[in-house]
Design a protein around this ligand. Structure first.
Ligand SMILES: Nc1ncnc2c1ncn2[C@@H]1O[C@H](COP(=O)(O)OP(=O)(O)OP(=O)(O)O)[C@@H](O)[C@H]1O
Ligand SMILES: [Mg+2]
Length: 248
């Protein structure tokens, strides 16, 4: 049974058709990236999956349930581009906030999670005392702490410089090796999508339709050194070419 299934999903905002006939099955524990031109409906697709938006046609199944039911059962963790941290709460208390909101008991230890994320010395720091990369790690920890089987990430590294971004990508790959999740990851970076994904899904310009699905059959774990390898670079070129085709 797939972790996530989109069946003929369409979305209109008023007269504007944003998504059209989106069909996609994502297997349990699969990492799928979504790339496509700006404004093609990537965030909208993620918001539908997170139960924050309804599709106008078709249906979405998340672990045998509707997105709303999956969220109610705390099966889904979400992190967006800007860290959604509460300024008056320390790093550890921001992570604990997810547990307060979800009431989850089958959770990971917030303390251990932040330590594993390299933030053991920063548990009691407030967001303004953390770097952008650290804030984003707290943000992702908050999305993971209730142990969801599905993780939705919308450009989580978009605001970071290139070097931090590359190390965060490598770090996320490591985290997921130890706690596998079904992941839908929106990014504008073809390199990042190629490094992390089992498959890269390319959306066309508005209305967003799936124009290509590319398998990335590189072995795991994928450290940043993979970025220098010919096999990786060939995959990057394939994804980039497919993305360029959507702009024609
Ligand atoms: N709540 C809304 N009401 C009306 N139109 C919306 C709403 N949300 C999104 N849109 C429109 O839907 C389209 C897709 O938006 P969306 O944010 O999903 O794109 P995106 O692919 O995530 O873009 P980007 O790469 O720039 O983040 C855009 O034209 C946007 O203006
Ligand atoms: Mg977006």
């Amino acid at each position: 049974m797939p972790g996530i299934q989109f069946e003929k999903v369409g979305k209109q905002f008023g007269q504007v058709e944003v998504l059209q006939d989106v069909n996609l099955s994502i297997k349990s524990s699969e990492f799928v990236s979504l790339v496509g031109p700006s404004g093609c409906g990537k965030t909208t697709l993620l918001r539908i999956l997170a139960g924050l938006e309804h599709c106008t046609s078709g249906k979405v199944i998340v672990n045998d349930s509707s997105p709303e039911e999956a969220c109610r059962r705390h099966l889904v963790g979400v992190a967006f581009q800007r860290p959604a941290l509460v300024a008056s709460r320390t790093a550890i208390n921001n992570v604990k906030l997810t547990l307060e909101i979800t009431g989850s008991t089958n959770n990971l230890s917030p303390n251990k999670l932040l330590q594993d994320f390299g933030l053991g010395d920063f548990l009691d720091h407030y967001p303004h005392q953390l770097s952008g990369g650290m804030q984003q790690r707290v943000n992702i920890a908050s999305a993971l702490v209730h142990n969801p089987s599905i993780l939705l990430l919308d450009e989580p590294f978009g605001a970071l410089d290139e070097i931090t971004r590359e190390s965060m990508g490598e770090w996320l790959g490591q985290v997921l090796l130890s706690t596998p999740k079904t992941v839908l990851f929106v990014t504008h970076s073809v390199e990042e999508a190629t490094l992390l994904s089992d498959r890269v899904v390319v959306l066309s310009k508005l209305p967003g339709r799936i124009s290509d699905v590319l398998e990335i059959d590189l072995p795991h774990p994928r450290k940043n050194e993979v970025r220098l390898k010919d096999d990786y670079l060939k995959h990057v070129a394939r994804v980039r070419k497919s993305l360029y085709n959507t702009l024609i």
